[in-house]
Design a protein around this ligand. Sequence first.
Ligand code: 9UX
Length: 68
Amino acid sequence: MENTEISIGGMSCQGCVKNITGVLSALSGVATAEVSLEKAAATVAFDPQAISRAELLAAIEDAGFDAE
Ligand code: 9UX
């Protein structure tokens, strides 16, 4: 398992936090996803054999946010 922090742009309320948490949690290979509005970031624990960091970013961007 690997941990990564992802900066997220465009979150403006706790609904966004919930949406992104749901998007990340639904990906196979993601163990846990904690999203913070205050930090404008997510901490994700994932299995690098199953999913890449780039795929995490793409999923967040597909949901309508900026991620890096
Ligand atoms: Mo809040 Mo986020 O009403 O897309 S859910 S701004």
